[in-house]
Each structure stands twice: as structure tokens, then as C-alpha cells.
Design a protein around this ligand. Structure first.
Ligand code: NDP
Length: 254
């Protein structure tokens, strides 16, 4: 499927989770990866559970609920059949909620961890055997969040912050364990990005004040996050592992 492609990811086979929402970060990653020559399996719970993947040039869309081990195993198996292997795994699928701790239900907290953190573990575990066989400089890129670094979201969301903090720690541990096996693992931590997760959530006045508090005076775009992910997924970052790249306009500076 990768014949003749050129670009930073030419010849690489990538899995991107959460790729179905056309306005989301996942869709921007898929688009950029395809433009850079990769073959891409886009996984999403929103895709129908069809018996055969839909092959669109170098793209395959597959149903996958990252919270389900069986679903991850099936989607990875279908990817190997369609693409022959996996060299890049981007764990982008995620959910968000702004619940205050005093309103938090136990099931809500658990679901957040199950999708964002355990989901990242599930798909990584499913893809690991084939990643370890890759001879194309394999890389894992996980989606953290500024919320994990600055003590939560703007409207609460301790469960979200905890899940993303877990993803960052998980990534660093993967980097140590998998480095000797030739696999790099890194994280991108976006700030406020204009997607369905954030648009219309703040109200006009608050949005204006928020932007004024960001050194670059605006929210980010999904493509700007995808560009950082491209760097970490490609050989451009061949000596980087265990790092967290902030894409937040200066909203959080360490
Ligand atoms: P979106 O909600 O726009 O997209 C997330 C995608 O993941 C959707 O297509 C969603 O499908 C899918 N998804 C949700 N749950 C599952 C699941 N269990 N299995 C498989 N797919 C699932 O989010 P964004 O594009 O804004 O965010 C992408 C990533 O970036 C997330 O991990 C998020 O936490 C992170 N991030 C985003 C920020 C932002 O400001 N937008 C800031 C910091 C981090 P469906 O729509 O059907 O639920």
C-alpha cells in the first residue's frame, strides 16, 4: 500500500487512535501522516464494526474501542493484515469532562481512567509484538495534556488530569524499557486546542480573557499538535525518547 510515497514517513505504517472526528486532533494527524507518505490505520470507536476494513489508498479505517482489550487485539490484527505491520503508534483517542471533585461520581472517574490511561496501555500492549518486529525505527507517541502539568483543567476535571498524568508517566517508563529494544516513546502535551473538546465550552468573555493570558494570545489548531506528533513519530527525533513536547502557546511554561 505504500508504493511510491515520499515524505518524512515514507514506508512507515502508522496506527492513529481516535481518528474519526473530522474536527479533531486525530484527523489532523491522519491527514499529515498520509501527506508525509505513511500508510495509516485510523482506529475509532465511532467507526462501524465492519467485517472488512475500508481501504482508501494508503488509509484503512477500523472500529476500535481502546477501553476493550478484545477490540484492540482485533483492530491490530486487521492492521497487520492490511499494512503488513506497525512502525508508529499514536495514542490519541481520549475523552474529557470538567466535573468538579465534589460532583464526581465513582463510575465517571473510573471511565476516564479506563479510556485515557488503560486505553493507552491496551492498544500499546496489543501493538507491541509487531512494533518490536519493526525494522523501520519504531516509535510510540502518546497524548498527554497541559491539564496534567498545571493541576487540572480550567473547569475542574481531576480525573482527566490524573489520566493524562498517568499517560505521561507511562510514556517515560516505556521509553526506559523499550529503548534498548529500539522503540522510542514520547508524549505531546497540548494546551487549549480548537476541537469539539473545547469549542464553545468557555463563553465569549472568558475565551477572550483566556487568550489574553496565553503568551501567543490564541488557542492552538489540531494541525499544530499534529506537527509536533510528526516530529516525534519520524526519524527527525531519532535521539529523543521519554520527552514531553508542550504545544500550548506558552499557556504553561515549566
Ligand atoms: P475529540 O473528542 O475531538 O476526538 C477524540 C476522538 O477519540 C473521537 O473521534 C472519539 O470518538 C474517539 N474516542 C473516544 N473514546 C474512544 C474509545 N474508547 N476508543 C476509541 N476512540 C475513542 O478530541 P480531541 O481531538 O480534542 O483530542 C484528542 C486527544 O488530545 C485526546 O487524547 C485529548 O485528551 C488530547 N488533548 C486535547 C486537548 C484539546 O484542547 N482539544 C488538550 C489536551 C489534550 P467519539 O467522538 O465517537 O467519542
Amino acid at each position: 500500500m505504500s508504493g511510491g510515497a515520499t515524505g518524512l514517513l515514507a514506508g512507515k505504517r502508522a496506527v492513529v487512535t481516535g481518528g474519526a472526528n473530522p474536527r479533531g486532533i486525530g484527523a489532523a494527524i491522519v491527514e499529515l501522516f498520509l501527506a508525509q507518505g505513511a500508510s495509516v490505520a485510523a482506529f475509532d470507536s465511532a467507526y462501524p464494526a465492519a467485517p472488512q476494513p475500508v481501504a482508501l489508498d494508503r488509509r484503512v479505517n477500523l472500529h476500535c474501542d481502546v477501553a476493550s482489550i478484545a477490540s484492540c487485539d482485533q483492530a491490530v490484527e486487521a492492521t497487520i493484515s492490511a499494512l503488513g505491520g506497525i512502525d508508529i503508534l499514536v495514542n490519541n483517542a481520549g475523552i474529557v469532562a470538567a466535573t468538579r471533585i465534589w460532583d464526581m461520581r465513582d463510575d465517571e472517574f473510573r471511565r476516564m481512567i479506563e479510556v485515557n490511561l488503560t486505553g493507552t496501555y491496551n492498544i500499546t500492549q496489543a501493538a507491541l509484538p509487531t512494533l518490536m518486529q519493526s525494522e523501520r525505527r519504531p516509535a510510540i507517541v502518546n497524548l498527554g495534556s497541559t491539564a496534567a502539568l498545571r493541576g487540572g483543567g480550567l473547569l475542574g476535571g481531576s480525573h482527566y488530569a490524573a489520566s493524562k498524568g498517568g499517560v505521561i508517566s507511562f510514556t517515560k517508563a516505556l521509553a526506559r524499557e523499550l529503548g534498548p529494544r529500539g522503540i522510542r516513546a514520547n508524549c505531546v502535551a497540548p494546551g487549549i486546542i480548537e476541537t469539539d473538546m473545547t469549542l464553545g465550552k468557555f463563553g465569549e468573555d472568558w475565551e477572550r480573557d483566556l487568550k489574553q493570558g496565553i503568551p501567543l494570545q490564541r488557542f492552538g489548531s489540531p494541525t499544530e499538535v499534529a506537527q509536533a506528533i510528526l516530529f516525534l513519530a519520524s526519524d527527525l527525533s531519532s535521539y529523543s525518547t521519554g520527552i514531553v513536547v508542550d504545544v500550548n502557546g506558552g499557556f504553561h511554561i515549566h
